[in-house]
Design a protein around this ligand. Sequence first.
Ligand SMILES: [Zn+2]
Length: 479
Amino acid sequence: MSWYTRIGLEVHAQLATRSKLFCACATDWDAPPNTRTCAVCTGQPGSLPLLNAAAVELAVRAGVALGARVHQRSRFARKHYHYVDLPKAYQITQWDEPLCSGGALPLAGGGQALFERIHLEEDAGRSVHTAEATRIDLNRAGLALIEIVSLPTLESAEEALDCLRSLRELLRWNGISRAEMEKGELRCDVNVSVTRDPELLGTKVEIKNLNSFRHVAMAIEHEQARQIALLEAGGTVEPETRRLVAETGRTEAMRGKEETADYRYLLEPDLPPLRLGAGEIERQRGFLPEPPASRRERFMREWGLSPGEAQELTRDRERAEWFEGVVRSGAAPRSAAKWITNELAAALADDSLPARGFDQLPCTPRELAALLALVEEGGLARHAARRILAHLVREGGDPARVAHQLGLDRKGNDDEIEAACREALSERPDAARAYREGNRRAIGALIGAARARGGEHLDPRDLRRTLARLLEGEDNPQP
Ligand SMILES: [Zn+2]
């Protein structure tokens, strides 16, 4: 008889707000420790929480994006537990009346993930362990999170990863969360159970605080194997909370699974129920851009892009919109796609440039379209266009004017090319001799010398042709 695995995810995503959930403190938590704190988020007596409307809007947007029921009334509760990085000794979360119920997400591998609920809650602080001491940084305390709880219907580590990837894409694409796992903006608890009867759930074991895809896969695979071995040896699985030890790829027990009663949930007396009008919920639907999958499909169907190009150009929404902007400015879609995925990507790979999103590039889509027009209609050489692009990604500008500034707007007439080549030959007799003796690669040095003499605007292909004619032809200038 075979075993069936059932996996559920609890995903915590940090909402992309400028201030925390219940106070005005800034959300750049990696600032110096304890500099983004106030009386509210450090739990001083007498301080009162005030709900951040922007966080509510993003949480509602997550709900509509996942097709969940967003409730017009929800409320906050205190979840009590004691830990050094939680000065209030409780976390404000939502319990019996969450913001959203239900929801589903299509999986890349087919089928869909189903969700139970989405609720708002605040983050805890951070314990920083060093050799000498454990220090507490409360910059994270009170950050706005949503917890997205899936039903335990995922059946393998691959399906769980598929769900997590799709969820991360959806959160980023819709501007709900930056969802960078390495920064703790997306964290995941996983519950795993195994059963021989596909109609029944086995005993659930929860693995807490997984912050990379690799760790999620490791934890599920180890837990699945551990539970099956235990049951086959006649043992029983304890309902408990475990943690992953990444070095060994194994999970180990942390504590028995808390029951709801252990948290002594109480309604939050300092916050009224959260009430939303139907219009406010619908308004968030209006902010949802075309989803990535349908955009990929449209790029291929309408504009003839390859699946690889469509995938690359929808890596994030800013990139997809930038690309569409280039096409709207008059560039041919396939040529725009090739320039963005090849030449622009190469220009941006320069280490001296700051890493930034497409929405922050100094170069506008219109400028790239103008550059492509110069190449395709104005006869601008490709190497010259590349140099202009390297300039545009630093400071932007009108490509025609940049070409003029860099002296790249002339193609070079035949006389000019020939003069530069003759100068190169007299300057580098060694390279000319090497070429005539059969070392054809020596022409590279001559092309370099000709461009240094005649200007960067000269096309290396013209120079190569002319140099070869001069070196091999009757009008050979003897050094
Ligand atoms: Zn604060």
